[in-house]
Each structure stands twice: as C-alpha cells, then as structure tokens.
Write a protein that binds this ligand. Structure first.
Ligand SMILES: [Mg+2]
Length: 238
C-alpha cells in the first residue's frame, strides 16, 4: 500500500517550461513589431489574447500556441490592409514551434525530491495538460520517467478528470502538487484533496481565484519542501 498518491503537474512544477514560450513571444513580438511598425508590447498583448482564446476553445493541443501566433499575424495584416504572405506566416509559425523542440531544464531539486518520495513509499503520477506526444517526450527526455508509476496527459485539467484518474484510491491520501492555481489547486480543493501549491511564473490560462485560507491549501516555496510537508499532513490521515 502506498503512503500517498501524488499527482504531480509537469510544466513549471517538475521541469521549466514557461520561459521557453516567453522567449518565443519576444522573438515573434519583435518580428511582427518590425513588419507592421507597431510597439512590441502591443503585439504581445494581442498575441496573448489569441493564445487564451485558442486554448480555451480547443484545449492545450500541440498546435494551439503556433496557431494563435499565426492568427495574431493575420490580424495585423488585416489591420494594415494587406494580404498575409506565406513566407512570413511560416516564419511566425517556426518561431512559435521552437519551444516544443527544446529540452526542458529541470526545476532545482526535482530529481532528488522525487527519489526521496519514492523511497518513502509514495505513488507518483504525472498529471499534465497538453499534447500527448509532446508531454510524453518531455517526461522521457527529462531522465525522470522511471521515478513515476504513471504518466497521464489530458487536454485540460479539471476536477472531473482528476476524479476519474483517482479511481478507487483513498481520497485522504491523494495529493496534487503543482504551480497552477486554475489547473492544479482548484481541482484538488474541489475534490477535497490536499493541494501543494508551488507558485511559479505562469500565464493567464493558469490564473484563478483560490481560497488560500482553505485548510487543504498549502503554499510551498520549493519542490524540496514536499516530503516534509507530506510527513506532517498525511500522518493525520493514518
Ligand atoms: Mg504547470
């Protein structure tokens, strides 16, 4: 029997991710800013709106971020009263594809912490949103795949999906660990699970109002604090 069942978010909880997209944003922002003679901030603001719209409509697919940037490019073409060009569209798409081709650096302390949690008898499950192939590849490339008992990739993380993933596991031993208020903390609290929130720089899709006074909400500064926190919190559950 496992001591606890830990549902770990992947991006920006175990491996660093958002900085790759910020870098691609900057590159496309400067490219389109130059093409259309607009301030980079204006391009970035429009792009983030397209990104949110696409992600909320179709979930976090492999193509949602590049598609949003192409839509943003076409929007500025439209505003400038000119037709989109295939070479420009392809360049925008190539820049937006770049983050998916990079190897993610690990969060400091992630490998040691996962090792320790496994030694202590926890079941470790990756619960991550995005494209199945992309997310699986990231886990494999991280060198941490063997630390996990299961990897579950979904288009969107919510409490209904989490409940299905939990199955017959004892709720009092289930814990969600993640950086996102919307995708990690909120589903956990909705199901009455312990939520270990390790805030990290994130994007608007991940933001949500959460009750930080909730008795099952714990905010941690680092993944390294997870084992000690679980010792203190899960002993109550037996
Ligand atoms: Mg995350």
């Amino acid at each position: 029997m496992y001591r606890g069942h830990l549902f770990f978010d992947w991006d920006d909880t175990v491996a660093l991710n958002i900085h790759l997209f910020r870098e691609a944003d900057q590159r496309n922002g400067h490219y389109l800013g130059g093409l259309f003679g607009r301030p980079v901030e204006e391009i970035l603001l429009a792009a983030s709106e397209f990104d949110l719209k696409v992600s909320r409509r179709v979930g976090l697919g492999r193509d949602s971020y590049p598609s949003a940037w192409v839509a943003c490019y076409e929007h500025f073409c439209d505003r400038a009263g000119r037709r989109p060009r295939q070479d420009e569209r392809e360049r925008v798409r190539a820049i937006a594809n770049w983050p998916y081709e990079q190897r993610q650096p690990l969060v400091d302390g992630a490998a040691e912490t996962l090792d320790l949690l496994r030694q202590e008898g926890h079941e470790l499950i990756v619960w991550t949103a995005g494209d199945g192939e992309v997310q699986q590849r990231k886990v494999e490339e991280s060198g941490l795949a063997d630390r996990f008992h299961e990897v579950r990739v979904v288009p969107k993380k919510d409490s209904a999906g989490l409940r299905r993933l939990m199955g017959a596991r004892d709720r009092a031993r289930c814990v969600v660990v993640g950086n996102s208020a919307a995708s990690d903390v909120r589903p956990a609290l909705e199901l009455g699970l312990l939520a270990l929130h390790i805030p990290a720089d994130t994007w608007a899709f991940d933001e949500a109002q959460i009750n930080v006074d909730h008795p099952l909400y714990v905010r941690l500064e680092s993944i390294r604090m997870v084992p000690a926190t679980l010792k203190a919190r899960l002993s109550l559950a037996g």
